[in-house]
Design a protein around this ligand. Structure first.
Ligand code: CUA
Length: 174
């Protein structure tokens, strides 16, 4: 119960410049609201991809099987893996590395599965602007077609502990 009871006809509809500014704000809200779906389809931004539920152990099993079947080399103890064109490629984020090193062919399309086996990591490819979240429990699938040759560095852009700044990986496109 308030000390003073408001008058029963307290509401005064906006008039004059108040009416104008409420109108401007409303129109701007609608523009921003419509910009979201527009930019989703027309803007050159990251694809939304697909996600599937997977346990970290199960995902790690798939990664191990993928590495065993497609390994073509090794660098500093990290396997270099070449998936078959059009096939599945796996990349796992864990404290503090991206595993394994992927070797892809230019112009070929791959289904890249990304996940984490411990906590949240940020999959980020340099120097191009590709950013995805790697979350334990989710198999994030990106349909990827490399369009130019080169060595691409992967970093982690989600703070994940003391070794966060050392969490790197690589994708080689030939
Ligand atoms: Cu992983 Cu930061």
């Amino acid at each position: 119960m308030s000390i003073k009871v408001p008058e029963s006809d307290w509401f005064k509809p906006p008039a004059g410049s108040e009416r104008l500014w409420v109108g401007v704000a409303l129109v701007w809200c609608m523009i921003m609201f419509l910009a979201m779906p527009y930019w989703h389809f027309k803007g050159k931004q990251n694809a939304t991809g697909e996600s599937y539920a997977v346990t970290p152990a199960e995902f790690m099993e798939r990664v191990t099987r993928f590495v065993e079947t497609n390994k073509v080399g090794e660098e500093n103890g990290i396997p270099i893996v070449e998936p078959s064109p059009g096939g599945d490629a796996y990349l796992v984020g864990q404290m503090w590395r991206w595993y394994p090193i992927l070797k892809l062919k230019e112009g070929q399309t791959y289904r890249l599965h990304i996940s984490s086996v411990d906590l949240q990591h940020g999959f980020s490819v340099l120097p191009i602007n590709i950013n995805f979240q790697a979350l334990p429990g989710y198999d994030h699938v990106i349909t990827l077609t490399p369009t130019s040759k080169g060595v691409y560095q992967i970093i982690c852009n989600e703070f994940c502990g003391i070794g966060h700044h050392l969490m790197t990986g690589r994708i080689i496109v030939e």
